[in-house]
Write a protein that binds this ligand. Structure first.
Ligand code: SAM
Length: 261
């Protein structure tokens, strides 16, 4: 089932939360000069336009990136500024383009995207960049490639959770990946919904040690998604301080703006 389209949610509060954590993880992994591997199981189209019909329909970017005004001294803020400089003020990077702005020549990057149209758009968005792009199931593809060389690396797992079983599937994948590639850092985005299926996801990571950052809309909405979570496995040393900073910044856009506010 591939009906989800990320263009409706690009630059929204949850997307920005995920991207801030992602950027900071890449910055932490690239502090040392040794090359790293980077991979995504669910890449999306790479580049979004916040003036487009999808974005205007939901207005999520107005509550998210347009309110945040990210600090250009942070990895996310610096990469976002560069991408807007390259693609225009309405541009918002998907995770592949954001990662590409932060990775270095010599780092290895592999992206998986199954949807034909999203895959084609991703190929266009990433043209001229040193990345391998597969139109393939991200879980199957990553497990076939793992362990990647260089061994030091990061995998972003960002499913659309269109069906209930995706929570258990994501957890199963992470356990299998960690079994084949014990050194890898893994980041899994998940929504906080009233059905609370994310609790199954978190439980499903066991026996891996997991750090979760969850940002909650305040006040809680009457229905629908009430927050955004990032589960991290093999967190880089000293990452806790960066995570606290991201959490505080993200919380500002999880507090909905009042009319006239
Ligand atoms: C939440 S979006 C990805 C957003 C992207 N990571 C970002 O932050 O910009 C999820 C994407 O996964 C794709 N997808 C769904 N099932 C997949 C699968 N089994 N393997 C690879 N991609 C899949 C969807 O087409 C969609 O583009």
């Amino acid at each position: 089932m591939l009906s989800y389209q990320h263009a409706y949610h690009a630059g929204g509060p949850a997307d920005v939360h995920k991207h801030m954590v992602l950027a900071e993880l890449i910055a932490a992994l690239t502090v040392k000069s040794r090359p790293v591997s980077y991979a995504e199981t669910h890449a999306g189209r790479g580049l979004y336009h916040l003036d487009g019909a999808e974005s205007r329909k939901t207005g999520e970017a107005d509550q998210g990136i347009r309110r945040l005004n990210p600090d250009p001294a942070t990895p996310f803020g610096a990469a976002y500024r560069n991408i807007r400089g390259e693609y225009g003020p309405g541009a918002y990077p998907g995770s592949p383009l954001l990662a590409s702005a932060l990775l270095r020549p010599g780092d290895r990057s592999v992206l998986m995207e199954l949807h034909p149209a999203e895959h084609a758009a991703l190929v266009t968005a990433m043209a001229g960049r040193d990345v391998a792009i597969h139109r393939r199931d991200g879980y199957e593809g990553l497990l076939a490639l793992a362990p990647m060389t260089p061994r030091r690396g990061l995998v972003l797992v960002d499913p659309s959770y269109e069906v209930k079983s995706e929570y258990a599937e994501a957890a199963r994948f992470v356990r299998a990946l960690a079994g084949k590639w014990p050194q890898v850092t893994v980041a899994v985005w998940y929504p906080l919904l009233p059905a609370a299926r994310h609790t199954d996801l978190r439980a499903g990571f066991s026996p891996l040690s997991v750090t979760c950052d969850e940002v909650i809309f305040t006040p809680a909405p009457d229905r629908g998604m009430y927050g955004s979570g990032m589960a991290l496995i093999n967190v880089p040393f000293g990452f806790g301080r960066a995570l606290k900073r991201i959490h505080l910044a993200a919380q500002t856009i999880f507090t909905p703006q009042r009319p006239g506010g």
